[in-house]
Design a protein around this ligand. Structure first.
Ligand code: F0G
Length: 356
């Protein structure tokens, strides 16, 4: 008997071609990103009380974060335009994704990261994919400013979310949520750093509504870390601080469009403390079996906060995006978890540790 094709997923550019800027098929650079699971968090629901909560786990994308959705399109367009090199500033995930897609597309990647500010897994990704990694002795915001200046004068394509194709690719996550749920949720919670992703989801939802695919739009709920919350405070944060290194950003590039997403949807952009982030991070891992990175847990921390405030009701359908995989940042996981118990190879001692 011959094997039949199950219609393998072709990556977000080919799957959503109709809804994206056109790109020549032979220029498409893909690692088959997208089609990530929407997991109902029943155990979390018991822990936080009520709420039909779904987790969109973007950590299972090829490089372990949502960045791959936008990177496939940005790199494909750069290739189509004849560019031989890409550049980005990054807190880690964008650089990991850019490096991988550049490798796949046969292009050169330059990544500028804040020295000492990137989780181990992310840095190792950029290095193994062969990018030129520049550790800037400054912040992410410093690095982004320099990247903008470099691209004015040198033949390299910027693949930060200021590149419009990044946002276009990332909006496909909202399409998937609608398809998996059969409509939009009442609330969509996201971590906010440079604010590209909240911009992208909002665009995706509006486009599906305009096409008549979904009857209603969600409220967009963005969460920054308390020590890196320029949008919440209404001013640039010069020295941002948070355990969630991915969103340690003081002057987001998509600030204005994040405010639009908030205001047009009737949502909020609020903040959560590092303690709340780490609590949610541990809860998602221990109750749902999902290992996300600390920044990702800001979305779930936001759900818990607004549930406690009575804003989100038990009857609401809520989606929270888990933006990146926990394996990227093993140090934080080790720091907050119960330490392994070291014992001699003695069955009695081991059984005692087991609690029998
Ligand atoms: N979660 C993770 C895991 C991220 O890596 C980022 C951003 C965000 C959330 C915030 O998304 O910037 O679209 O608001 N990381 C960027 C980077 C800045 O360089 O990897 P955003």
């Amino acid at each position: 008997m011959a094997l039949t094709s199950k219609g393998l997923w072709r990556g977000v550019v080919r799957e959503y071609l109709k809804y994206l800027p056109p790109v020549k098929d032979e220029c498409i650079v893909t690692l088959k990103e997208g089609n990530t699971p929407l997991i109902e968090a029943r155990n979390l629901r018991d822990a936080i009380g009520g709420v039909r909560l779904f987790l969109k786990f973007e950590g299972v994308n090829p490089t372990g974060s949502f960045k791959d959705r936008g990177m496939t399109l940005a790199v494909s367009k750069a290739k189509e335009e004849g560019s031989a090199a890409i550049i980005c500033a990054s807190t880690g995930n964008t650089s990991a994704s850019a490096s991988a897609y550049a490798a796949k597309g046969g292009m050169k990647a330059y990544v500028l990261v804040p020295h000492g500010g990137v989780a181990l897994g992310k840095l190792s990704q950029a290095m193994i994919h062969g990018a030129i990694v520049v550790e800037v002795e400054g912040s992410f915001d410093d690095a982004l400013g320099i990247v903008k200046d470099i691209t004015k004068d040198y033949p390299v394509t910027m693949v930060n979310s200021l590149n419009p194709f990044r946002i276009e690719g990332q909006k496909t996550a909202a399409f998937e949520v609608c398809e998996h749920l059969g409509g939009a949720p009442e609330y969509h919670f996201l971590p906010v750093g440079n604010a590209g992703n909240i911009t992208a989801y909002w665009r995706g939802y509006r486009e599906y509504k305009a096409k008549g695919f979904i009857p209603a739009l969600p409220k967009m709920m963005g969460f920054q870390a308390e020590g890196a919350a320029p949008i919440v405070r209404g001013e640039v944060v010069l020295n941002p601080k948070t355990v969630a290194s991915a969103i340690k950003i003081g002057n987001p590039a998509s600030w204005k469009s994040a405010l639009e997403a908030r205001d047009q949807s009737g949502g909020v952009i609020d903040m959560v403390t590092d303690e709340e982030i780490l609590f949610a991070y541990g809860l998602v891992a221990s109750r749902e079996g999902i290992f996300c990175e600390p920044a990702s847990a800001a979305s779930v921390a936001g759900v818990i906060k607004l549930k406690n405030q009575g804003v989100v009701k038990d009857t609401d359908t809520v989606v929270a995006t888990l933006t990146g995989h926990g394996l990227k940042d093993p140090d934080t996981a080790m720091g907050v978890s119960i330490k392994p118990v070291r014992v001699e190879p003695d069955i009695k001692k081991i059984i005692k540790v087991m609690g029998f």
